[in-house]
Design a protein around this ligand. Sequence first.
Ligand code: CP
Length: 307
Amino acid sequence: MKSVIDILDLSVEEIEELIHTACDIIARPEAYQEACRHKKLATLFFEPSTRTRLSFEAAMYELGGNVLSVSSGSSSSAAKGESVADTAKTVSCYADIIAMRHPNEGAPYVASLNASVPVINAGDGGHNHPTQTLADLLTIYREKGRFDHLTVGFCGDLKFGRTVHSLINALSRYEGIEIVLISPEELKLPSYVKKDVLERNGIPYRQTTSLLEPMPDLDILYMTRVQKERFFNEEDYLRLKDSYILDLKKLETAREDLSIMHPLPRVNEISVAVDADPRACYFKQVLNGKYMRMALILKLLKEAEQG
Ligand code: CP
């Protein structure tokens, strides 16, 4: 039973296949309208979400399937102390596939060990968010036409930003990738990601606190929100939350073909005036997320049926 907990659970070839399916869904949506008829997706979200939960649910409806939803921990038996393992066993009795978001790192992995249906990690703590990475990869593919030979700047909360960790993992498998890590000292990329991903794969990277200095070099600028919910004290969050605010002035030295990405939600880190700039891709990411989740649901259900 294949689950997707980490983006590396999908090979480069499988990601290519998902992108191919997503592009076909975009071109021929009517061909997929009945693809998941009589199938049920359970979305188990123990942390807030707008995009991920609703795009999973929209994906399943557009495939002709149905959705069972837990939209907060307080509305499920988790509030009574039920374990993730028991929740996974229980929901497997009702649904054909599960998408789970949880504040505890590793919770969707535990669910995958106990479920009898595929489990998709929809974000676990500050750890991983593989389906956001699928959305990001489709966006990069549609904007750049390739995943290799790109200089990618990650800016903001690189410590707690799970989307950053997952995308760096995904990009580390392609040739000619260069990474620029732009963050305050306190929010630097965790050393395990630097050592186990960047250094192990020989990916050149540099760290800076300046957003302006690397701007002219970047093919992609991936902005992130400072993750308030992961901070232990309000004072540190308030001090760091506006470390970087991208505005049109800061983009003056950027390339004409820069792609500005952000997993969203945005707080202050991108000025609303940037939304009208043709280089802004973050709302395209939102839509691409639905197509890639459709492709992933199709793939995992097909594989589960084949045993
Ligand atoms: N990008 C993302 O995970 O957004 P949500 O928290 O709204 O799901």
